[in-house]
Design a binder for this molecule. Structure first.
Ligand code: PMP
Length: 287
């Protein structure tokens, strides 16, 4: 089926959607994005994603293309037109397309931001067979820039990281800086030891995951202890369980880190329970 996508005010078949070759995101990765999941035809945690988008825009002095209410309407309309029951909505805002290539930011009065949204249909996203098996991760050096808290489209290194994992027969990579795990290539990273969940604290070093915020809240409500601090790969390898979180994977158990199996090498009970709670609670408040 040809998707209907949104580009700068228009709903178009994907084959007709176009962006200028001078667009700043194409030339300089000068763009930010959000991915919001859809379950039962409804948006999960839209408010969190809208707030983080606004923060990314502000940090980069990039004008917002429209209000967050209008963005919500566009999300809903695309979900409806494309008949998405389970999947994602991808949104990207760029600093727009000036008349020519130039490192200097264009005048926001004359160069308007580019706004693109499209849906990704993923039937069975919640009932993922991968979550039943768990994923294997490798560790790689984190060589990304210093503002990972801004959700930019500079995804070349994360993409290379996924390829390194694939070549190693694994599913993903955890990035390590100065000996400590920052996060996964496209997710936040955690381990569980006893009743305690450990994950890196928020800073400019990692993306402030919307799923992370929700999962840590649910974990505390379920009387689990949460410790936000630096940790090493060795510490995670000795843990009872590990998992990752992101808008598109929810809570995904990790069963192996750099070839070392965690526990009995199957998804941990607590990670699976957190996945269940996250899905249940998120569905209740989806819009
Ligand atoms: N860290 C990185 C580097 C990411 O790319 C993502 C997903 N975009 C996350 C964490 C998870 O964030 P969220 O839960 O908001 O999807």
């Amino acid at each position: 089926m040809t998707r209907t996508v949104y580009v700068n005010g228009e709903y178009l078949p994907e084959t007709e959607a176009k962006v200028s070759i001078f667009d700043r995101a194409f030339l300089m990765a000068d763009g930010v994005y959000e991915v919001t999941s859809v379950l039962g035809g409804k948006l999960i945690d839209f408010d969190g994603h809208a707030k983080r988008l606004q923060r990314s825009l502000t940090e980069l002095e990039m004008p917002a293309p429209c209000t967050m209410d209008v963005l919500l309407e566009i999300h809903r309309k695309l979900v409806k037109i494309n008949e998405i029951d389970e999947g994602m909505v991808y949104l990207q805002v760029t600093r727009g397309a000036p008349d020519d290539r130039d490192f200097v930011f264009p005048d926001p009065e004359t160069t308007k931001p580019t706004l693109v949204l499209f849906t990704q249909n993923k039937p069975g996203l919640a009932d993922s067979p991968v979550a039943k098996k768990g994923i294997k991760v490798i560790s790689i050096e984190d060589v990304r820039w210093g503002r990972r808290d801004i959700k930019t489209v500079q995804l070349l290194y994360p993409s290379m990281g996924k390829m390194m994992a694939k070549k190693a027969g694994c599913d993903d990579a955890w990035m390590v800086e100065d000996g400590f795990v920052t996060e996964g290539t496209s997710n936040n990273a955690y381990f569980i030891k006893g009743n305690k969940i450990v994950t890196r604290a928020l800073s400019n070093d990692i993306l402030h995951g919307i799923t992370r915020a929700a999962v840590l809240r649910f974990a505390k409500e379920a009387q689990m202890e949460v410790e936000e601090r630096n940790f090493t790969i060795a510490e995670a390898q000795e843990a009872d369980e590990a998992f990752i979180t992101s808008a598109s994977t929810f809570v995904m158990p990790v069963v192996e880190i750099d070839g070392v199996a965690l526990g009995d090498g199957t998804p941990g009970a607590r990670a699976l329970r957190l996945r269940e709670i996250y899905l249940d609670e998120s569905r209740k408040v989806a819009i």
